[in-house]
Design a protein around this ligand. Structure first.
Ligand code: G3H
Ligand code: 13P
Ligand code: NA
Ligand code: ZN
Length: 328
């Protein structure tokens, strides 16, 4: 059944677990998340980016998610819009039937320019007013995702700013977070702690200087009742990179957010963990391997099946690691 994100995150907070929010763009990804959740009894957050809506088309994204609800009526499911760049985009998602929206006011509506704090407060408040009026949950973002190694935004993946930033801009300030929550009344707050979108997050296994889990603790101390969200939370498994490269891919050495760091963050109030890249890597590795080993095959179902299986295995693993088993 379709539920608000507020309901799922409140339950997660009460029971001390975190929920992976998986980005979906097509049928196989939706099926992978749903069958994984079904097998472990997990609640589901399916999120669609602007890119997903453009790729699939709005009617398809909407009806793929509605199909998931029809196929798995017993699973509580949130239909979330990822990275809304303006109140208009959020209104559009609400009109489409989404039960949760993200107003990302950390950047201007061009998705590139770093926004002022006042702008962020204003657009987020506006979205909270219209969303709460119809029972829709709002996620906001304070602080800019970016690499504390290069001091640059995460433009590499086609997202966000490529501007050079200060450490202060890339780490959410606990005091400002408290003011932001008070002034916007949002439901969930995405924070910046040194993660970035895409596969190339860290050039080495991250340590506390470049992945600031202690900042999560400080924010949680200041606003213990706010659900925190971590973006850019793929772990970029080395095995996935190895399979991709073994079967003709060309990915550079890179590291993601270790699962044990996410588990620590969950202890400090992180309730929603955004994952897209890990599914991309899993599916790409599976397709490359299948194509290489079965060069005579040409039925799309033949190679989409292992891709879907690999995505499902990844989702199942994250559900278990974040404590979702039996919580759905
Ligand atoms: O926001 C980041 C997610 O990974 C979505 O990516 O905009 O390429 O669909 P996308
Ligand atoms: P990853 O690129 O680390 O999977 O992050 C996804 C994300 O934050 C979507 O909003
Ligand atoms: Na989001
Ligand atoms: Zn994100």
């Amino acid at each position: 059944a379709l539920v608000s994100m507020r309901e799922l995150l409140d339950h997660a907070a009460l029971n001390g677990y975190g929920i992976p929010a998986f980005n979906v763009n097509n049928l196989e990804q939706v099926q992978a998340v749903m069958s994984a959740a079904d097998e472990v009894g997990a609640p589901v957050i399916l999120q669609a980016s602007a890119g997903a809506r453009k790729y699939a088309g709005e009617p398809f994204i909407k009806h793929l998610i509605l199909a998931a609800i029809e196929a798995y009526p017993h699973i509580p499911l949130v239909m979330h819009q990822d990275h809304g760049q303006s109140p208009d985009v959020c209104q559009g998602a609400i009109n489409l039937g989404f039960s949760s929206v993200m107003m990302d006011g950390s950047l201007m509506s061009d998705g590139k320019t770093i926004a002022s704090y006042d702008y962020n407060v204003e657009v987020t408040r506006k979205v909270v007013a219209m969303a709460h009026a119809v029972g829709v949950t709002v996620e906001g973002e304070l602080g800019c995702l970016g690499s504390l190694e290069t001091m640059k935004g995460d433009k590499e993946d086609g997202h966000g700013t490529e501007a050079t930033m200060t450490r202060e801009q890339m780490l959410t300030d606990p005091e400002q977070a408290a003011d932001f929550v008070k002034r916007t009344q949002l439901d969930a707050l995405a924070i910046a702690i040194g993660t970035s979108h895409g596969a190339y997050k860290f050039t080495r296994k991250p340590t506390g200087d470049i992945l600031a889990i202690d900042r999560v603790m400080a924010i949680n101390k200041r606003i213990p009742n706010t659900h925190l969200v971590m973006h850019g939370s793929s772990s970029v498994p080395q095995e996935s990179l190895a399979i991709i490269n073994q079967f003709g891919g060309k990915m550079r050495e890179t590291y993601g957010v270790p699962v044990e760091e996410i588990q620590k963050a969950i202890k400090f109030g992180v309730r929603k963990i955004n994952i897209d890249t890990d599914i991309r890597l899993a599916m790409t590795g599976a397709v490359r391997k299948y194509m290489f080993e079965n060069p005579e095959k040409f039925d799309a179902r033949d190679w989409l099946k292992p891709a879907r299986e690999a995505a499902k295995a990844l989702c199942k693993q994250r559900y278990l690691e974040f404590g979702c088993e039996g919580q759905g």
